[in-house]
Design a binder for this molecule. Structure first.
Ligand code: ARG
Length: 565
């Protein structure tokens, strides 16, 4: 814990009878410097002491005594406000960042605990479209965030590689497919076959029966069906991996829906044995009236098991395999009911850990401009979006800095960063209205803005050229901007924790934008490298601390920070 907060907790606990942990949780950072560096709200004490919170705050402030670290204590309204010794705060924060470097903000809160993150999870034989962007980037960012907090994080790609639709694709491939075409452009080819199947089935309804038979053969492990299915899966994965590579994303497991086929009977037996399953209109269901939800469908009358049944088996498998502390499902809000039902069934099965399963949901994404290069009708491919962004970033770099070395690599970092940031900076529950001009702007709440600021900080460090150390006069860092920057930097570890608690990478985004804008304001007003050696030295330590924090913040979002732009 920050020693200033520790000291404040000590001062408060001398005056009021509350556990230290509780006091610590109440201490907050006020939005305005006038309200001090930290504040303690007195609302909770009102009832107990039978006085107004304002009166309590006033009395407490009078009784509390300043110390070496805390220089001023006063009350405003229902708050007791504290001002800390600015020099000591600067020394504490900057030295810590300088010592910890990339590890600043790390924590061991998650030591010994495992978090499972199910994210991206596209469907094989279907285009990898923009609809899967949010799950992919939010999931990856949560991986980085929890990792930073010391958790063991398992990334699972729950591939949509099972279900009756594969009977249709196999049949269609056997009727109209072509191996060469499949090799050239697997996902589009398979998707075309799937679409064609649906057109033909209008004229020839018996195809439906045949497709069902193929899926049955697949479920029973028939050689031909399995070989075709495996081919579709491998080819699809190759395409997915191309996108993951562009994004710098990896998985620990590609255990998709097909893995759980082997557990279906056992899972259904267990649900039956617990007295939860019943027949209704030829289907096997679990009633969820207790949760005010429609029943969860386990098995249809044609005996095929369903998405939900596989998710129930997968959850149990994950618990048995990883003994997770939390199991996250990063999936759009459209599947809210599905997860409520799955978690409901797990709870009825009396699995205590059912409460640790979390649906990390999010809103829709919409593109404002037409995507010109889309290969596939009205489906916007993720790969096309990323390539377009890289191309646009390349053009901007060409205009702004034509002499830049390794332009291509930087265009990639910036183009991809821009898409990631646009997505992650939008709170999960909000929809995204994706607008290229905004996404790639070098000003405003964007990755290029943060990356450009980072490159500017690196350029200052290069220009200074001397080594940076902590033996400086911290009192020199006295402008309002410098104080604000130091307090912001001090807040970074708490921001990382808050974003983990709410599964909300957007908190990191707004932190970074804030840090950049205050630094840029400072940079416009003040010269940093001057004749005055004392001030230059101190400011360069500050610059280094901002650069390190910005870089590590971006890395939590999966965004790279080039040193030159
Ligand atoms: N494949 C599904 C889709 O694309 C997402 C799967 C999410 N994960 C899960 N365990 N259900 O919509």
């Amino acid at each position: 814990m920050n020693k200033f907060i520790e000291e404040i907790v000590k001062i408060i606990s001398r005056e009021i009878d509350l556990p230290k942990e509780e006091i610590k949780a109440l201490v907050e950072i006020p939005p305005d410097q006038k309200l001090g560096d930290y504040a303690f709200p007195c609302f909770v004490l009102g009832k107990r002491l039978k006085k107004s919170p304002n009166q309590i705050a006033g009395e407490l402030a009078l009784r509390m005594k300043v110390t070496g670290l805390i220089q001023e204590i006063y009350s405003i309204g229902p708050y007791v406000n504290f001002k800390v010794d600015k020099n000591k705060l600067a020394e504490f924060v900057l030295s810590q960042i300088f010592d910890q470097k990339d590890n600043y903000g790390s924590d061991n809160a998650g030591k010994g605990k495992t978090i499972v993150v199910d994210f991206s999870s596209p469907n094989i034989a279907k285009p990898f479209g923009i609809g899967h962007l949010r799950t992919t980037v939010i999931g990856n960012s949560l991986y980085h965030i929890f990792k930073k907090l010391g958790f063991n994080v398992v990334r699972i790609n729950h591939l949509g590689d099972w279900g009756t639709q594969f009977g249709k694709v196999i049949l269609a491939y056997k009727m109209w497919g072509d191996e060469n075409e499949l090799l050239k452009d697997p996902l589009s080819t398979l998707y075309d076959l799937y679409v064609r199947f649906h057109q033909e089935v209008e004229k020839k309804p018996q195809l439906e029966e045949e497709a069902r038979a193929w899926f049955k053969r697949l479920e029973e492990g028939d050689k031909e069906a399995t070989e075709l299915w495996k081919k579709f899966r491998d080819y699809s994965l190759e395409e997915f991996n191309r996108v993951y590579q562009m994004l710098g994303i990896e998985f620990d497991s590609y255990a998709g829906e097909s893995l759980y086929n082997q557990f279906m009977d056992q899972t259904i037996e267990e649900i039956k044995a617990k007295g939860l399953a019943e027949m209704s209109q030829d289907a096997l269901i679990v009633k969820l009236e207790k949760y005010d939800l429609p029943p969860c469908l386990l098995k249809k009358k044609d005996e095929a098991t369903l998405y939900a049944t596989r998710d129930i088996a997968a959850a149990i498998y994950r618990y048995n395999t990883y003994h997770f502390h939390k199991s996250l499902y990063v999936v759009g809000s459209a599947q809210k009911l599905h997860f409520q039902q799955v978690f409901g069934v797990l709870e009825l099965m009396r699995y205590k850990w059912a409460k640790d399963c979390v649906h990390v949901d999010f809103g829709w994404i919409k593109l404002r401009q037409e995507m010109m290069s889309t290969r596939k009708g009205n489906i916007i491919l993720l790969e096309d979006v990323l390539n377009k962004s890289i191309q646009l970033a390349g053009k901007i770099i060409e205009e702004k800095n034509p002499k830049l070395e390794n332009k291509e690599e930087v265009a990639k970092d910036v183009g991809i960063g821009a898409v990631l940031f646009a997505d992650l900076s939008t709170r999960r529950n909000k929809d995204i209205d994706f607008d290229w001009d905004q996404v790639l702007s070098f000003e405003g709440e964007t990755a290029p803005y943060a990356q450009y600021t980072h490159a500017r900080l690196c350029s200052l460090l290069r220009k200074y050229g001397k080594s940076i150390h902590q033996e400086i006069d911290f009192g020199v860092l006295s402008t309002g901007e410098e104080s604000t920057i130091i307090k912001l930097l001090e807040d970074f570890p708490r921001k990382v924790k808050a974003s983990a608690e709410s599964y909300e990478p957007a908190f990191i985004c707004s932190f970074l934008v804030n840090l950049c804008s205050i630094f840029n304001r400072f940079y416009q007003k003040q010269r940093i490298i001057t004749e005055d050696e004392k001030s230059t030295k101190a400011r360069m330590l500050l610059i280094k601390a901002i650069q390190l924090t910005l870089k590590s913040g971006l890395s939590l979002l999966g965004i790279r920070a080039p040193e030159r732009m």
